[in-house]
Write a protein that binds this ligand. Structure first.
Ligand code: SF4
Length: 699
């Protein structure tokens, strides 16, 4: 610990940059702290992160919608008694599954664990899922399929610094995780940064300016692109046959499956020139350690994953990495750049519809029996598998009559968000745990004010599977309480005999016991150990272990120790282009905002940097539609429309428009996006939908 302050980590993204907080009369000071992931850097969001603790509209007392229709302050006793009473009534009328729970990838491991336990042992509902389903679920499904283990990065992030080539698909880290760019400096200088993005994003520009390659495919064609790259690996004799024979199953089928993906065909589908495809493969293959190179990595982000064929697209990326012999080799492999702060830990402790703590299947009898013992319940009382987030939202107002929302602003972040709002409005009960009046909280029947990152103890698991301590620097304001206390209170009021600890260290100890023997095994950890050791404690950390920074060195997670290659073929976007919707819309993030913007839109400096939504479009497209820079543009899909300012740039393809998704109101990008989902992962297709554009009337 730094004597002058409290060492902790940024509340926002999965890079979990290290910082030191110093409270004073003026507020909480933030200082960057050197750590392997951020190397002393913070982005604009990190530097201003303490401002959210003292927002003037912060919710500091429980609120209950009164007879006037307004949210009115009440005591904690009144608020939780009201919730418990309504839950009892609704379950008596409609059954246990009438209550749904929607969690968040920003919750600490302890809160995520307790939320899953509360849902399965107190509510005994099968309906729990979380907003991580929107974030990285296709990569998780593909990682589990190929490796038997899903850890975003199966190696420390710092390994990127050694790699000679990095193929980055659909991730604009220069804007979303700026300190990470330090790890790409070497590969960029060596000309090995290969970025796939339909926009010339800040990251794509880094690649081009460093003599790397920017591949700019048509949205929705990433999988075709990857199949074309693998075709070239085979055709040019670059596959690592020795590695494949020793460590992989399924290669023959996959090799045959890419035979028809000739470069000319792939170039015509994706729009990426054949010569660029060939150069990309040569750079990647030359960097493979088994060919004497310095290391090569294939990394995916949301751009490749948020599609109805996202799991298969990531599988194609993994197949490419395996064909080149990368996973498990030095400074090499496949990885997913998880987005949310605890996107990794959030999916390991039981917030997902199909999982129990330890990242185990809720359908596995042994896992159910183990977790039931830890919880002190009969295994048969643990409900079965629920449904993924989008399908859960589809049930609102129907099978699901009440919803608890923890750490999510789904009225802005969910696809086809206007339809989601209508369903939320039809609920009999909406309970929101939050600290700001987000769009979702403003619709709630009950708002329960919760503590924030600098006001609580806990742990987070970063994108590299490293477990980090979140530490308390200040007391929470007003009557704000931790979700751990709220859930314990509700459990008592609902007559549960299951014990719920409220001390984060004790909850962590229980979580660690529940995870023992699972894929994500935390059983060798405690808050005390995390405080005492500064070494890299990446899971699995079974009792007596020093952690596992690098997975797959000797074996993969499947029982036979081998990785599985699976042939895939592109499904294409769910939305077909048509005369009334001839363009593709791509959504994404900007540097100064985070996710639904509920926090960052309230920070003055961030609001000044990114004050509102915009539509990025190519000059040729703008000319065709008679749109000038700064005009209001209406973007319309089969779901709805959004209006935002035109930003004209040659950085985007002429057949594609881009909108960031951080804002609500008229410029809400998710009013336009498609809620069609990947059949394997349940991930919605945020990244591509068919739209028409028009110059909107000026106000
Ligand atoms: Fe925070 Fe992510 Fe920015 Fe780091 S990169 S300061 S973790 S938002």
């Amino acid at each position: 610990m730094t004597p002058a302050g409290t060492d902790t980590h940024c509340p926002y993204c999965a890079l979990q940059c290290a910082m030191t907080l110093t409270p004073s009369e003026e507020g909480v000071g933030v200082a960057a702290r050197s750590f392997p992931t951020n190397k002393g850097g913070l982005c604009q969001k990190g530097w201003t992160s303490a401002e959210v603790l003292t927002l003037t509209d912060r919710i500091t007392t429980p609120l209950l919608r009164g007879t006037s229709g307004e949210l009115e302050p009440v005591s904690w006793a009144q608020a939780v008694a009201f919730v418990a009473d309504r839950v009892r009534t609704l379950q008596a009328e409609h059954g246990r599954d009438a209550i749904g729970v929607f969690g968040g990838g920003g919750l600490t491991n302890e809160k995520a664990y307790q939320l899953g336990k509360f849902t399965r042992t107190v509510l005994r509902s099968r309906h729990i899922d979380y907003n991580g389903r929107f974030c990285m679920s296709s990569a998780a499904a593909a990682g589990n399929r190929a490796f038997g283990i899903d850890r975003g990065l199966p190696f420390p992030l710092a390994d990127l610094s050694e790699a000679e080539a990095v193929l980055l698909l659909g991730s604009n880290v220069a804007d979303t995780m700026p300190p990470l760019v330090q790890h790409l400096a070497g590969v960029r200088e060596r000309g090995g940064l290969l970025v796939v993005d339909p926009r010339r994003s800040a990251t794509a520009a880094l690649a081009e300016d460093g003599a790397g390659i920017h591949l700019q495919p048509l949205p929705g064609t990433d999988q075709a692109l990857l199949l074309g790259l693998l075709h070239l690996v085979v055709a040019e004799g670059l596959a690592d046959e020795e590695y494949l024979a020793a460590r992989v199953t399924g290669w023959d089928d996959v090799r045959r499956s890419v035979a028809l993906w000739w470069p000319t065909r792939v170039a015509s589908i994706t729009g990426v020139p054949e010569e660029v495809l060939r150069r990309t493969v040569q750079v990647l293959a030359a960097a493979s350690p088994t060919r004497g190179g310095g290391g090569a990595m294939v990394l995916t982000g949301r751009g490749a994953e948020q599609h109805t064929d996202g799991t298969d697209t990531v599988t194609a990326a993994i197949n490419l990495a395996l064909a080149l012999g990368l996973p498990g080799s030095r400074a090499s492999g496949y990885g997913c750049l998880t987005g949310q702060g605890n996107g990794q830990g959030g999916r390991e402790h039981g917030q997902k519809a199909d999982q129990l703590p330890g990242y185990r299947s809720i359908e596995d009898p042994a896992a159910r029996a183990h977790v039931a013992r830890v919880w002190g319940v009969e295994e048969a009382t643990i409900p079965g598998k629920g449904v993924p987030a989008v399908q859960l939202l589809d049930k609102l107002g129907g099978e699901v009559r009440a919803l608890f929302v923890h750490g999510a602003n789904l009225l802005v972040s969910a696809p086809d968000a206007t339809a989601v709002r209508r369903r939320v409005e039809s609920l009999d009960l909406l309970v929101v745990c939050d600290f700001v009046p987000s769009e979702t909280a403003l619709l709630a029947d009950v708002v329960l004010p919760v503590t924030q990152w600098a006001e609580e103890e806990g742990t987070m698991t970063s994108l590299e599977g490293r477990i980090l301590r979140r530490r308390k620097a200040i007391d929470p304001p007003g009557k704000a309480r931790s979700e751990l206390e709220i859930l314990a209170d509700l459990a008592g009021l609902l007559g549960s005999e299951v014990h719920f600890d409220t001390e984060p260290a004790l909850v962590f100890d229980e979580l660690a016991r529940a995870s023992a023997g699972g894929v994500a095994d935390y059983s060798g950890l405690s808050h005390a150990r995390l405080d005492a050791e500064t070494g890299p404690l990446h899971w699995p950390v079974p009792a007596g272990s020093g952690g596992t920074p690098r997975l797959f060195r000797d074996r993969f997670g499947h029982a036979d120790g081998r990785a599985r290659m699976v042939p895939v073929s592109p499904g294409g976007p769910a939305d077909d282009l048509r005369p009334d919707a001839p363009l593709y819309l791509v959504t994404g993030r900007v540097l100064a905002q985070y996710q639904s913007g509920a926090q960052t839109r309230r920070v003055a400096a961030l609001d000044r940097s990114a004050p509102g939504p915009f539509v990025e479009l190519h000059p040729n497209l703008a000319a065709r539609y008679g749109i000038d820079d700064g005009d209001d543009v209406r973007v319309t899909s089969a779901r709805g429309a959004a209006v935002a300012r035109a930003r004209i740039t040659t950085a985007i393809r002429p057949d594609t428009v881009f909108m960031p998704f951080h804002w609500s109101g008229a410029g809400m990008a998710n009013a336009v996006t498609n809620d069609a989902t990947d059949p394997v992962s349940g991930m919605p297709e945020f990244k591509v939908c068919a739209v028409e554009i028009a110059r909107a009337a000026q106000p």
